[in-house]
Structure formats: C-alpha cells, structure tokens
Design a protein around this ligand. Structure first.
Ligand SMILES: Cc1ncc(COP(=O)(O)O)c(C=O)c1O
Length: 416
C-alpha cells in the first residue's frame, strides 16, 4: 500500500463543529490553520499587522502600590521577562490552542523544556520508567543528572507495554517516552503507557517532537505533559532554539512555576516572535514534508542497497498498528539501514544538495549518521538494544522538490 496519502483513522485537526458560526471568542472551535495564524494574537493600540515584539527585560509601574499589587498577583500584568513576557505569552497561547492544552510554558531550548518537565515532577527516592530509545541528552538527564539527586530510573523497550508494566515499582512517579523515537522512529503505545501511569499514581511526559502537534495529540491519549523542542518543526527554518511544556494549568503551575521563575530557562521574546511566525506556516510545511517523506520512504525501501526502512505509517513498521491508531500523519523523518558504517558514510558523502547535519524538522533536507553524532554518547551495546547499527542513517525531509530530492538520494544510494 502506498503510504503517501494515508491520513490515519481520523484527522485530529478538524474543527469540532464545522456548522457553528465562527466566533472570535471561541478559538478552540477554529480550524488548525486558523489557530496557527490568529491564536493568541493580542494587538497593541497601534493596530500592527504582525505580532508585536516586546524586547524588554522588565516593566514599570505607575506607583509603589501598583508594583505591590502586580507582585502579589492582585493586579494582572507583567513584572519581569524571566517570569513572562507579552510576545512569549502570545506564542504560549497559540501553541496551547494548537495542542488542545489548558496551558503552555516556554523555555530557551527543547532540552530546557525536557529538563524542567522531568525535574518538576520528581524528588529524591522516586523512580522513573522511560522508553530506552530517546535523544541522548534526555537519557543523560534521567540517568546521570537525576541519578545524582537520588532519583532511580529504569529504561525499557518502549514498544513493549508489558516491559513498562514490569518495571513499575511502588515508588514509580514518572513515565517518559518519545514517540516516534529518535532516531529509528520506534512507536510507543501512548494510551497504554498513560493507563499504566494512572494506575501507578504517576505522571506521563511525552516528547512529541517527531510527530509534531499536527499529527499526534498525547494529551488526548492520556498523557499529563507534552514537551517540544520548538527548534525543530515549529521554527523549521534553522534560525532559533526554543522549547515548550504543555498540559493542565494547575499541574503546570504546581510543578513548574517556581522552578521556571527561580532558575530562569526563559525563552527570549525575540525567539518567541520568530517561533510565532514559524507556527503560521507549520501546517503547510509539515504536511508537505510528511507527504514527501512518505513517498521517499517507499522509494528508499525499494532500493537494493537498503536493508530496512523505518517510517511509522509504512505497513512494515514494527508498530504500524499503534502508529495508525495514534497518528494522523507519518511525519518528516525516515531512518534506513545501509548495512555498515562505510556504506552509510559513502551515502552521506555522495549527497549533492541534501545537507549532512544533526538537526531535523527544517525546510532543508538533512541526513545524519546517528551512531557517530546524535547518539554517540550511548554505548555500542545500548545502541544495539534499540537496533541502531552503524549502517543506519536518519533523514529529515524538507521542502525541496520531491524529484530533485530523489535524484540526489537515489544517486547517493547507488554510491553507498
Ligand atoms: C526528540 C528530541 N527532543 C528534544 C531535543 C532537544 O531540543 P533542543 O535542541 O531544542 O534543545 C531534540 C533535539 O535536539 C530531539 O530530537
């Protein structure tokens, strides 16, 4: 079956009631494309077209009493950009609307979001269960950083729900997964892990970077918190770093408000402005990237030099049925195995327009050799448990012409 046109069981981005009159007061009822352009927009009295960029560190008050009222929270308003900023707030509101989350807090990078999301939910003596296939820095936070502060952890095969269940201990308070995971796009059953987390009295945090907010809604599947590296598809044009944490307003307040205020991983208002502009084109970019990726995955799989291809909505993906259930598009990432390191490097070195880079989600197509770059901090043994051999290549599909990409990739595969 060709993968390119498959949209999953339902389009999770359709408006809930298409016949209702469009209400500016009810942005939740808008279509995704409208949310991405107009969500969270607060114009100043000047009536600017584009979102205003508030490049300010702090704010002034008309009187000492007003400063007191702002700091006590009696009077709404901003006090310091480490806490909140009007441009950053617009970005948070737009992203929360897209995700269907009550609240959003943003950070200076994706890793600041992951670190905050995890640290805010555990204390010494607690235990974390995490899917073992994940970005190396996330693993470092769980195993090394939190380990130093007395938080225990167990890494399990993220695709095996029984392994998640078997790892639960009386002190398990946190579950963490990436799905699809970096770099081989392993898919975890988010609803299944969320049910286990609830039963254990713990929380589930999902890194939704690979799926993007367009193709997977972890909160609807039962997750408590969703994190993003906004650096990836949300910017999508190689400019700024950013991160986001989304979930229930009360949970975000209790778990993260003080941590964010006092440790200061705040997103810069300039970056928030760039990311607001990134959201405006997210739907167009990611759908086109995903369609191209699905078609390229089929062509790469047919090439004789490729022994395995990993793409969530290809029927030969090991967790295809789960991916179909929880994703409405396959996303812009593909991984494939060319047998050994020499072949993978020959492929990379033969590319003419596709860049060799460790980034992803960009308008420019990028190819990575994970075992010597993004995942080199994992031991070879740990890499092999997630199926990551030296022959594996990860491809982040951009917005170039599909046939140009195939000319480049096809010739590089011939050379592999
Ligand atoms: C799945 C995943 N999560 C988090 C991050 C971290 O994001 P950032 O580079 O914005 O800190 C990355 C990549 O860098 C990633 O691939």
């Amino acid at each position: 079956m060709p993968t390119s046109c498959f949209r999953g069981p339902q389009d999770m981005n359709k408006p809930t009631n298409p016949d209702a009159p469009l209400s500016p007061e009810d942005p939740d009822s808008w279509e995704t494309a409208t949310k991405l352009i107009r969500g969270g927009l607060h114009r100043t009295p000047y009536g600017e077209t584009a979102e205003a960029m508030f490049l300010t560190q702090s704010f002034v008050y008309g009187s000492a009493g007003e400063a007191d009222a702002r700091f006590s929270g009696e009077q709404p308003g901003f006090v310091y950009s480490r806490y909140a900023n009007p441009t950053t707030r617009m970005f948070e509101e737009r992203l929360a609307l897209l995700e269907g989350a009550e609240a959003c807090r943003t950070t200076a990078s994706g890793m600041a979001a992951v670190a905050t999301a995890l640290i805010g939910l555990v204390k010494a003596g607690d235990h974390i269960v995490a899917g073992r296939a994940m970005f190396g820095s996330c693993r470092w936070i769980i195993a090394q950083l939190l380990g130093r502060f007395g938080v225990e952890s167990t890494f399990v095969d993220g695709a095996d729900l029984k392994a998640w269940e078997a790892a639960v201990r009386p002190n398990t308070r946190l579950f963490f997964l990436e799905s699809p995971a970096n770099p081989l796009l392993e898919v975890a059953d988010i609803a299944g892990v969320a049910a286990l987390a609830r039963k254990a009295g713990g929380r589930l945090v999902v890194d939704n970077v690979f799926a993007t907010p367009l193709f997977q809604k972890p909160l609807q599947l039962g997750a408590d918190v969703v994190v993003y590296s906004a650096t990836k598809h949300i910017d999508g044009q190689g400019r700024v770093l950013g991160g986001a944490i989304l979930g229930d307003a009360q949970l975000l307040d209790e778990a993260y408000r003080d941590f964010l205020r006092h440790t200061g991983p705040a997103l810069s208002p300039f970056n928030a402005w760039v990311l607001l502009k990134g959201l405006e084109t997210l739907d167009l970019r990611v759908r086109r990237q995903s369609d191209t990726a699905a078609a390229l995955a089929d062509r790469i799989a047919d090439h004789p030099k490729c022994s395995r291809v990993f793409y969530p909505l290809r029927p030969d993906h090991p967790q295809y049925e789960i991916a179909r259930r929880q994703m409405s598009g396959g996303g812009s990432l593909i991984a494939f195995d060319l047998g050994d390191r020499a072949s993978a490097w020959r492929f990379l070195d033969a590319l003419e327009i596709v860049d060799i880079s460790n980034n992803l989600g960009d308008a420019k197509t990028m190819a990575t050799h994970p075992s010597t770059t993004t995942h080199r901090s994992m031991s070879e043994g740990d890499r092999l448990t997630i199926g990551l051999t030296d022959g594996c290549v990860r491809l982040s599909v951009g917005l170039e012409g599909m046939e140009d990409l195939w000319r480049d990739l096809g010739r590089a595969l011939d050379a592999a």
